[in-house]
Structure formats: structure tokens, C-alpha cells
Design a protein around this ligand. Sequence first.
Ligand code: ADP
Length: 619
Amino acid sequence: MKKRLRILGNIVIILAISIVSILNYRELRSKLIQSYENYLANVTSFFDRALSHNIEKSGSTDDFALIDEADRTKEKSQAELTKESNHEDNLVNQELLEQTIGITFETFNVLASDLRITVMDETGKVLADSNFPGDKLNNHRARPEVWGVISGEESHSNVRFSNTESVERLYFSARSSHNNMIVRAAVLMDILGNAGSTITLSSLVIGVVALLTFNLILSLLFKKQDKHQADLERVLAKIQSGDLSARMEEDRHTFADYHKFAENFNLTVTNFEQDYKEMQAGRAWLDAMVNSLMEPLVVVNQDLQIVFANKYAKTLFNRDIDPEENPYPFILLTHEDKLDDLCQKVFANGKTVRKEFQLQVTGRYNAFQVMISPVDVDHVVVLFNDVSYEYEARELRSSFVANVTHELKTPLTSIRGFVETLRNRNNTAPEQVNNFLEIIDVEAARLERLINDILRLSDIERLNTDSDLEDFDLVELLDECLVQLDEQASEKQINLIPSDDPTFLPVKANRDRIKQVLLNLLENAIKYHRKQGNIWIDLKRKGRFVTIKVKDDGYGFDEQSAKRVFERFYRVDKSRSRILGGTGLGLSIVKHIALLYDGEASVKSIPDKGSTFKVILKI
Ligand code: ADP
């Protein structure tokens, strides 16, 4: 563009100067020809009169009087002169005429050396020439200036190149007033050539100066423009690389337009920087908020790719990749294609949907209430609300109901069966009847225990803190339990061995509840024990917590069962538990009492070696 402008500018300047020079030259030439024509008209007229005078003089021998006479008769009309000349021409002979012309030539050569005068007869035959011998020159009738006069014009001028002299001349022919002669005067046109050279030279100088000035100004303009552009490019590159502090140079010495542009540009960048900072602050705040959410949250695009995941989502679903930089398929996070379908549904109808899913998180399955809402046409936000606890509670509740139903049904079926048998058999032996009644009694007792345990458990579960708290001695309560279980233990030759220390352990709690814990642990230790053995009981206080430890050398159980013995209705050995009248709720009651007192219940057991139950209570 710049190159084109420079070339175009130079061409225009050269053309303009050339045209002006040519016009000047033409003007000069036409003016010069005009003034030469006037001059030559005077010369031919003057020559004609001088010739007439000399012819007359050659008759009266009156030296150069013709010139003075010619001056004096300047005002006389051309018609009068012609009349007189014609009259005298008849008087001179040819030789005398040539001599007279020669004399007249000499006079004119003194006046102007570059002047050429030719005298011809009316047919164009050269009579005499100031520069050449007349007899050497051919007939001049074919010359335009001569032909013009021959053909009737008073005078005729013509600029042409003289083949005789090899120079350019302006020829001017006029009819002589003597003997029908034609007088032709010619001047050299070399002055025009010189003027042309001068014009060319001056045009050249003006042209060079104009071109130099033009190119210099253009270079200065381009330099400023280049500087401005380079500055703009520098700032744009910095902005592109994230440096919003970059500004253009506001140069007061440059063009007003550039200065104004730089000012406006800088103002725009400043406003943009401010907006960007505000936006970033807003974004940071939003990020902090979203990342502080203790619920996984992700944003999914139309291609079902995650483009944003909050901190908790990355941690919970164990995904380190930052989806903002490297989006990845939603299914890689959830492993559930139904969620992809649900996203597509939200994209299609733009309505929020909620659904519960079991999703794998860090090696286990959690239940999530998943809510998918549209953000814009291209994105949906997916919020995972972890409802595992509610889900487990629900599951627990339904399995508890199923278990309770089953547990109640077994003794009831048994009772009804024996009642039916007794009713249908009238001749049953009395011992048999007693036997049946005994079984019914046992099953009824089991039913009662079961119902009592269920009520007890639901009673504990309902409470946040226990009621009916009282101060009592835990050692004394333990002794009470040991007395109560003495007979049961003696039957199996099991020694109940409480530790000697402490002898007094004051606590504040619901006495019946703590007694329940002691009885359940001790009864189990006796029940799940072969004949002969030991049970050690240890009570200890550490700060606000009391630990009850019951150790036995009974059947024990494996690690897998150890994890589950505190579950409702879990039994290591179902038939043994049933024979022994267990409800499967004893340890569950112990655990819930421990939780009620901000503590915990745990067990360590080795099959055939024995178990150690530990209950910690804040009492
Ligand atoms: P149950 O009424 O059946 O005794 P529990 O909840 O008290 O129910 O105990 C659950 C299961 O744990 C029992 O069925 C039994 O198999 C096992 N168990 C509890 N205590 C002991 C123990 N001291 N030694 C061995 N097994 C035990």
C-alpha cells in the first residue's frame, strides 16, 4: 500500500511537471513566433523600402538617403509605396537590381547577422540571398511561405527546418512593392531551442526537488505511522498474552489523529481491565462458593462432557483432571449412562429433573439425589446430593421390618401349631400335653423378649439424650448384675471375675440403661461359652468416659462376624442363638445405648479363643 502510494505520488509529480513544462514551452514558442513574425514583417517592409530607396539612389546616386526617407515616409500607406515602387521597377535593369539588393543586404547584415533575406521574383526564382549566392539556390515556389504569397496572400510565415542551412528558421515572405518581387526574411529559431533546454532543465530541477520533498514528507509520515502501528501491535500482543496493564504511548508530538486514537484505545483498555478485574473477583468469589460446597457439582455441555467440576466432586469421584482445561465425558465420572440420558432430556425440554442414583465413589457405592438444571442452551449443572445416610436408614428400616416380621412369625407359628395340635388331639397323654404347653410357654417367652427388645431399641433410637439420670456406683451395679447371673453362670461352671479396682465408680446415667448394657454383655458371655470357663469384667474411668470391658474365653467368632455382631438380628450361629433364646437384638441395644451416651461399642474376637467387648460411655 505504502509502496503503491509512493509510486503513484511520484508518477503524478513527474506527469504534472512534464505537462506544465510542455505547456510552458508551447506558450513560449507561440509567443516567440508571434513576436518574430512582427519583427520579420517590419524587416521585410523596411528591407523593401530600403531596396526601393537604393534602387532610386542608384539612379540619383544619393547615398543612404533612402533609409532617412524611409523613416520620414513611415506614415505613408503601403498602397502608395507599392504604386511608387512599381513605377520605378520598370526603370532598373536586372544587373543593377542585383547590385542594389547586394548593397541593401550589407546594410541589413550590420543590423542583424542571423537574419537571412531572400529576394525572389514573382515566380519564386531567387534573385538574391543574404547568406548564399542567388544563382546557387533553386526555385523557392514550393516553400510554403513563398507559395502563400504567390497564391495571392500579402504575406505568409512558416517555421521549418532549412535543408540548405541545416537549422530551424522562421520564414516570413511578403510581396514587394517593386517589380512584383517577393521578399523573404528568416530568423534562427535556436533561441527557442535554448529556451526549451532551460525549461527542461528548470523542470528537471523543480521535478527533482518536488520528488525529493514529496518522498521525504512521505517517509516522515510513514515513519510516524509505522511507529504508531508498532506501538499498537506491541500493546495488542501484551494484552493477548494476558498483560492488561499495557498501554499505547500517548505522544503529543505526533499527529492529532494518532494521539486521539492512542488516548481512546488506552481508555478502552483501562475500562476493559477494570471490568475484567471485577469479573475475575466475581468469578473467584463464585469459585470459592462453589468449591466450598460439600456437595459434588459439575457443569456438562451439549457433547455430554464435563467442563467444570467443583473441588468436592473431584475429591469424591477421585478425578484430578481439571475439566476446564481438559473436558472429559460425564460418564467417566458417574459410570451411569442413565445420567447421560437424563442430561439430554434436560437439554431437550429445558426443565430441571431430580432422580436418585447409586453411584460408585472411591471404591464404594453412595446414594445420590441427582438434580440436573439447565444453565444455558449449551450447558446443564448437575448437583449430587449425597443421601446415603437416608438411603441406608430407609434400607435399614425396611430390612428391620422384614426381620421383625420374620422373627415374630417364627414363635407365633410354633405356638399356633401346638395349640392346633392340642385342640385336635383329645386323647393326648397328659405328659405330652405338658410338654406341648412347655414349648408354647417358651415360644411365648421368646415372643415377649423379642417384643420387649424391639420396644427397648426403638425407645433408645428415638432419644437424643437419655432421661431419668441419677448418680450411682457402677461397681455396685455390676455386683447386682453378677448376683443376678450367678445361677446361670454356675450351671455352666463359669467364673465371673470382676477386677479388684476400682471398688467405687460413681457415674451419672439412667441406671436401668447401664444395667441393660452389663446384663446383655454378661449374658452373651455366659450363653456363647462352653462349660467351664472364665469371664473377666473390667471397669475404668478416663476423664469423662467410662470403659466397660467384658472378656471371655468362650466360642469367639471370626473378623467378618465381628464387623456385624452389632447389627440388628445378626447372629453368628443362628441355631445356637435360637436354642439359647436369643433375639439377635442384645448387642444392637448395647451399641445404641453407647451412642446415646456419646460413646461407642466394639469387639475383638478369635474363634474358639474368646471375645472381648468394650463399651465406652460418657457417664
Ligand atoms: P442374641 O440375642 O442372638 O444373643 P446378640 O445381639 O446379643 O443377639 O448377639 C448377636 C450374636 O453375636 C449372637 O447371636 C452370637 O452369635 C454372637 N455373640 C454375642 N456375644 C458373644 C460372645 N460373648 N461370644 C461369642 N459370640 C457372641
